[in-house]
Design a protein around this ligand. Structure first.
Ligand SMILES: Nc1ncnc2c1ncn2[C@@H]1O[C@H](COP(=O)(O)OP(=O)(O)OP(=O)(O)O)[C@@H](O)[C@H]1O
Ligand SMILES: [Mg+2]
Length: 380
């Protein structure tokens, strides 16, 4: 792992690597895309536009169709319905190699019998580029991922992170306008993943290539993406910038998948100037109405982030009495589990600054949160 650190970060301020930079990224548009395996719908009527030069991540649980979507884009899976457009032209009929996408897939390992430089040169040889051109471009790509000193090594002599960099260089060497990445850091340990995430993000900024990335790691998605598309059972359930998705989830699924959330069931009992009064088993609470319009008399589900819940109510807060069931110290914060009068179990996070106020297990406290902390979400 020391090697990785010595190799430095990818592609920041190296003019010699500029030659790898291709034309600006292309727009990718999926239109009504479905994929059936027998009766099973792996992709269900997907509409999605990835802007030129955007870093978009497909995020979702295992089996939600992320890889199938990426494979359909790459041309390795034939869609059952729908179309794919690149800069407005349909590519549905094109073979994978004619699509000219850079691809970093897990199954797409390095060629073990070729050294690093030859691995990177491969896409250029296939395309029949002249020898000196190949040499120059491989040198550029090596420099882009800071692996010049390892050019003659065999893949077996590289760490996992270094192998991923070679795969990245191989995918970028022919200057694709779109790069497809399927869990490119899946096999790496947490620290190395984090390093490579930052590097990949910088590389993206530098190249201007359109990136479509797949992960089931929410932190990775939040750290790297311009936008995240959340997938569930073959559908895209919500698309948005990380902050938007986190602050304004449309459904319980998204609120739960992206970060942690408490959920409070209630009924809208009154609406007045943007504030809803919600009846719950623990009494009425106030909720500032957001994107989702509410109707008096209707049931509502509210999502409340643990870090927006306090262990003391401040004036103006919603306030509930609760008993502390568990208090766990986690280094960066403390996590409480509290139980309300009606038996509702809620998570409450306590920031480090407030750690001295950490209540004891069994204590009765008043939890509080502002009326703008809750988000009304669809129940599933
Ligand atoms: N060739 C196939 N034949 C039948 N079913 C398939 C085939 N390929 C994928 N599937 C099914 O389609 C669904 C979506 O699979 P996919 O590989 O796209 O999921 P994923 O979101 O990438 O999951 P993971 O996070 O585990 O990689 C799964 O239920 C899977 O079993
Ligand atoms: Mg997958």
């Amino acid at each position: 792992m020391a090697d990785v650190t010595v190799a430095g970060s990818i592609g920041v301020g190296h003019s010699e690597a500029a030659a790898v930079v291709g034309a600006a990224g292309q727009e990718v548009r999926l239109y009504g895309l479905s994929k059936f395996y027998g009766d099973f719908k792996a992709l269900d009527d997907i509409d999605l536009t990835v802007a030129p030069g955007e870093f978009l991540t497909l995020l979702g649980p295992s089996g939600s169709g992320k890889s199938t979507l990426l494979m359909a884009l790459a041309g390795f899976v034939a869609p059952s319905h729908g179309d794919i457009f690149v800069d407005g032209r349909s590519i549905a009929a094109l073979q994978p190699e004619k699509r000219n996408f850079g691809v970093v897939f897990q199954g797409y390992a390095l060629f073990p019998h070729m050294n690093v430089a030859d691995n990177i040169a491969y896409p250029l040889r296939v395309r029949g580029l002249p020898r000196d051109e190949i040499e120059a471009r491989v040198a550029d790509a090596l420099s882009l991922v800071r692996l010049e000193p390892l050019a003659k090594r065999s893949p077996r002599q590289l760490s996992g992170g270094q192998q991923q960099r070679v795969a990245l260089a191989r995918a970028l060497v022919f200057r694709p306008q779109v790069l497809l990445l399927d869990e490119p850091m899946g096999a790496l340990d947490k620290k190395l993943r984090h390093e490579l995430q930052l590097e990949l993000r910088q590389l993206h900024k530098r190249l201007g290539t359109t990136f479509v990335n797949v992960t089931h790691d929410q932190e990775e998605a939040m750290a790297m993406s311009d936008r995240i598309a959340i997938m569930r059972a073959g559908r895209i359930v919500q698309v948005g910038a990380p902050r938007d998705l986190y602050d304004r989830p449309e459904s319980r699924f998204v609120a739960d998948f992206l970060g942690k959330s408490n959920f409070i069931d209630g009924t809208v009992s009154a609406l007045d100037r943007g504030i809803a009064l919600i009846d719950t088993p623990d009494g009425a609470i106030r909720h500032r109405v957001g994107d989702r319009p509410l109707v008096q008399g209707d049931p509502v589900l509210l999502a409340l982030r643990p870090q927006q819940t306090r262990v003391t109510a401040v004036p103006g807060d919603n306030a509930w009495a609760a008993t502390v069931e568990a208090a766990i110290f986690l280094g960066t914060h403390a996590e409480l589990t509290v139980v309300t009068g009606s038996g509702m179990r809620l998570a409450v996070n306590l920031a480090m600054e407030a750690i001295d106020a950490l209540p004891a297990e069994g204590a009765t406290i008043t939890i509080g949160w502002s009326d703008s902390a809750t988000v009304a979400v669809l129940p599933d």
